[in-house]
Design a protein around this ligand. Structure first.
Ligand SMILES: [Zn+2]
Ligand SMILES: [Zn+2]
Length: 554
């Protein structure tokens, strides 16, 4: 599939039909532009997998035609995949200074700093990337330097909103550049490709300044320690908390590595300058209880993050007690309800007061609600609106709203669909491989990979290992040893079960022909089947079974 000079193609490989791992491709005149390269987080159906990226096979197979990758902002669902996928794509990467600072750290950690051609663009900057002329437009969101991008091609102008909202007072960065947006609409836009996250939410997202005012009142009423759970990347919220704390005579301690990483990147690129320095967690605990505010990672209940460790009383430096307060100044990412409520319950049972969005105005979303979407369509007036960055019901709501706003064509597509952005009616002109790759340690593996299948199998069925020492003729010289983690517990009943399985093994062994007993492969396979069958009959499980056979030759 080679995009012609008279057409523009849009192909999402990730982020359409889901929230996470954004990976958008635009094709024109023989070349492809990638906008964003993010990750999504693992779920219980893939044990051992923390993050996943989009499957880039389609574009990787056309590596020579990739003009570049533009990263719109530094959220993980937009930038997190670069360090994993760049070795397969090997093209220049474009981003603004703060995003670039975050990306550089990731590339250093991955060991290919200096190898990736990085092109830093100023805010509102322009760049020619192959046949695509890019112009950034500053918007507001929940991280410094969120950019929408105008993509000019010989076959029409596109407007990719990326993540945005209309915040009249974002505290960090400029307000959304309304005049620029109006001018873009006046010049004519073929297609808007846009954020659907809050397309089902009436009204407007609200302003960061309103959160500050609300927290200012709230924190004044506390006399003990106060801790805030928020996203490390939400630098404006970190600033909000710091300002609120400062106004109440509290010093801010950061708890969690990603908070230090993000605030370092922010300070290095010109943000957070008028704040007093943050203190380390061990220093924070030495301060009087009413003179400290903590900002902690782990608002989503991630078990290894700071807040979960504090709630388990398992944190090396921080402990919270009776009458301390934890404020969840963050949203619940769909799917995380269970770990978050477990975390909040643990804190509550320690005597800690827990305050969330439900109790008090402590958070605003970074994505546009319906009034903001309407406003954007009044400014841009595209021929085509393509909803992205949302689950299917978000895409549907966005599509219907765009149609209400007089946009002639509002197609709903999914990852892997190639959409020709024809002004007279867009059409899906192809479908390509799309899916997920799991970041498994240092490797990237397909989600149907055999290792993962096996791990999943073990998760549900457990694993059994039998060790048997036999003599040259294949008779057992000692009692077989059986272990079955995740399958049997430390109870009398389960010890009996283990004994029964071992009896089955010994019975099977004595029933074998002499030739079978002498052959290691045959013997192992017979034993493996016996152990499995025994567990199936006695426990209703099919454990992953391994036999360690040791043959004594004398
Ligand atoms: Zn974002
Ligand atoms: Zn996003």
């Amino acid at each position: 599939m080679i995009p012609g000079s008279d057409e523009v193609l849009f192909l999402p490989l990730g982020g359409t039909g889901e929230i996470g791992m954004n990976f958008n491709c635009y094709g024109h005149d023989g070349a492809w532009l990638i906008v964003d390269c993010g990750v999504t987080f693992g779920d219980p159906s893939n044990p051992g997998v923390d993050v996943m990226t989009a499957d880039p096979t389609f574009i990787e197979d056309r590596r020579d035609t990739i003009a570049g990758i533009l990263i719109t902002h530094a959220h993980e669902d937009h930038v997190g995949g670069v360090a994993h996928l760049w070795p397969r794509l090997r093209c220049p990467v474009y981003a603004t200074p703060f995003t670039m600072a975050v990306l550089r750290r990731k590339l250093e950690e991955a060991g290919f700093a200096g190898k990736v051609p990085l092109h830093e663009m100023p805010l509102s900057g322009e760049a020619s990337v192959g046949p695509f002329d890019l112009r950034l437009v500053t918007v507001t969101h929940s991280i410094p330097e969120p950019n929408a991008v105008v993509i000019k091609t010989g076959a029409g102008t596109l407007f990719h909103t990326a993540d945005w909202k209309l915040d009249p007072d974002p505290l960090i960065g400029d307000v959304t550049n309304e005049a620029a947006l109006r001018a873009i609409g006046d010049a004519g836009v073929l297609a808007l490709i846009g954020d659907s996250t809050n397309a089902t939410v009436e009204g407007a997202a609200g302003s960061e300044a309103e959160v500050r005012d609300s927290l200012m009142d709230l924190v004044g009423s506390f006399t003990e320690r106060v801790a805030f759970a928020c996203f490390a990347s939400n630098v404006a919220r970190v600033q909000t908390v710091a300002e609120v704390a400062h106004a109440h005579g509290r010093v801010v301690g950061l708890v969690g590595r990603s908070l230090w990483r993000m605030t370092d990147a922010a300070r290095a690129t010109g943000y957070l300058h008028d704040l007093p320095p943050f203190v380390r967690e061990d220093e924070a605990m030495l301060l009087p209880r009413d003179k400290v505010a903590l900002i902690c990672t782990g608002s989503q209940g991630e078990p290894r993050a700071a807040l979960s460790r504090i709630a388990r009383d398992d944190h090396p430096n921080i402990a919270l007690d009776d009458n301390d307060t934890v404020i969840f100044s963050s949203r619940i990412i769909p799917g995380n309800e269970v770990p978050i409520s477990r975390l909040q319950n643990q804190l509550t049972s320690m005597g800690v007061r827990v305050i969330t969005e439900k109790d008090h105005f402590v958070h605003v979303s970074g994505h546009p609600a319906r009034d903001e979407l309407r406003q954007m369509y009044q400014w841009i007036r595209p021929r085509i609106a393509v909803p992205v960055h949302g689950e299917v019901h978000h895409l549907r709501a966005h599509s219907a709203l765009a149609a209400e706003c007089q946009v002639p064509h509002t197609p709903i597509i999914e990852n892997g669909d190639v959409l020709r952005l024809d002004p007279d009616g867009p059409e899906i002109c192809g479908q390509v491989q799309a899916g997920r790759l799991a970041v498994d340690g240092n490797d990237l593996i397909r989600l149907n990979d055999s290792n993962l299948r096996e791990r999943n199998h073990m998760l549900w069925n457990g694993a059994a290992t039998l060790t048997l020492v036999v003599d040259r003729k294949g008779y057992a010289v000692s009692e077989p040893q059986l272990s079955a983690p995740g399958l049997v517990a430390d109870t009398d009943e389960d010890y009996d079960l283990m004994d029964d399985v071992i009896d089955d093994v010994l019975d099977a062994l004595s029933a074998l022909k002499a030739s079978e007993r002498r052959d290691d492969d045959k013997l192992s396979e017979r034993l493996r089947r016996t152990v499995r069958r025994s567990f199936r009959e006695r426990r209703g499980k099919n454990p992953k079974t391994e036999i360690h056979l040791v043959r004594l030759e004398d």
